[in-house]
Design a protein around this ligand. Structure first.
Ligand code: AMP
Ligand code: MG
Length: 328
């Protein structure tokens, strides 16, 4: 009799161990997808249960937001706002929310971040293969059209820009997307994940082996090798750099991060700016804005906002990092 109970107990222990074992392998399941959207290759990875459904919904989200925000797709909501300049346009909750947030970053960075920069981006040919230095009159004409204060978020989800103006969410859309993917995945119970959307990385939790995610920082000198890596948990890591899009004319390199005040690519000693913080939208907007500000103002901004971590890599290969940043 006693033997029988010992056997039952042994069976129960075996079942529990087996279930535990299965659970462990299940939580280590990895699902990865690669997708081209927003002009870049995006890699999405989830570890653990519920991954398939969470991944499929994320892919739908990527495609939906790409369709809404693309400035080159004539059917997008951004194109509709641009082609209807002077009139109010009804937009989705997402477009309205992102434009509203963009305006807050413009206020907060005194115009260093400005989504109405598009006429300048076009004047420099960054929307096409034919990049060129505009002449003074082309540059000044474009500059007159740039002013975030003339973007209106009206009641009932309507957006209006002044006639002649055009907006472009290129400096913030990927950060919004990674933020929304993370929110979706957390709701679905995902506890470990990483997305890499061009220069934008965002993570949930730790890797299945219990270690932190390590995110590489590109060496701006060549745009391909690694400058270093940082260890993160539940963070967005976004880099804006001169290596991401540029052209050379008469021996001078011109990049795509514009200073609305000069109508020129922001000219300073920086080669890249990396922001590490909890929110992807904030990281993306501030990486662009702090690049435009330049080293001194960027450091002053970080001092006033210690919750953001900052890494500045200079053109001469040296760097400045806020004290939380540990380059590996
Ligand atoms: P990012 O790589 O996030 O720094 O975004 C750069 C892209 O945003 C450029 O290719 C332009 O389309 C646009 N852009 C350039 N300068 C600015 C700026 N000062 N504020 C907002 N968007 C900008
Ligand atoms: Mg940005």
């Amino acid at each position: 009799m006693q033997n029988k109970w010992i056997r039952v107990l042994f069976c129960l222990i075996t079942i529990v161990v087996f279930m535990f074992g299965c659970k462990k392998t299940e939580t280590e399941k990895k699902i990865t997808r690669e997708i081209f959207a927003m002009d870049t290759i995006m890699q999405l990875t989830i570890y653990g249960d519920h991954g398939e459904e969470a991944m499929n919904e994320a892919i739908q989200l990527v495609n939906r937001l790409d369709r809404l925000f693309s400035v080159t797709n004539k059917e997008s909501e951004i194109s509709k706002i641009n082609s209807s300049a002077g009139k109010a346009v009804l937009v989705s909750k997402e477009t309205y929310e992102l434009i509203e947030e963009s305006l807050q970053y413009s206020e907060d960075t005194k115009g260093a971040f400005d989504i109405s920069i598009y006429p300048l981006v076009k004047a420099w040919g960054f929307t096409t293969e034919a990049q060129k230095v505009p002449n003074d009159s082309q540059r000044k004409t474009a500059m007159k059209k740039v002013d975030f204060q003339k973007i209106q978020c009206l009641p009932k989800q309507r957006i209006k820009i002044d006639k002649g103006m055009e907006i472009d969410l290129g400096a913030i859309a990927k950060g919004y997307l990674s933020q929304k993917i993370m929110e979706l995945w957390k709701q679905k119970g995902v506890t470990s994940a990483i997305v890499s959307l061009g220069g934008n990385v965002q993570t949930i939790g730790k890797k299945p082996d219990g270690s932190s995610y390590q995110v590489g920082i590109t060496n701006p000198e060549d745009g391909t090798s690694l400058f270093g890596a940082i260890s993160v948990e539940n963070k967005a890591i976004v880099t804006s750099g001169i290596y991401q899009r540029n052209f050379e004319e008469n021996g001078e390199v011109y990049h795509h991060i514009m200073d609305a005040a000069s109508g020129m690519p922001a000219k300073n000693n920086l080669a890249s700016v990396t922001i590490i913080t909890d929110n992807g939208v904030r990281a993306d907007a501030l990486a662009t804005a702090l690049f435009v500000m330049g080293e001194e103002q960027a450091i002053a901004y970080q001092n006033m906002h210690p919750e953001i971590e900052l890494l500045l890599i200079r053109k001469d290969g040296t760097y400045w990092a806020s004290k939380q940043v540990e380059l590996i």
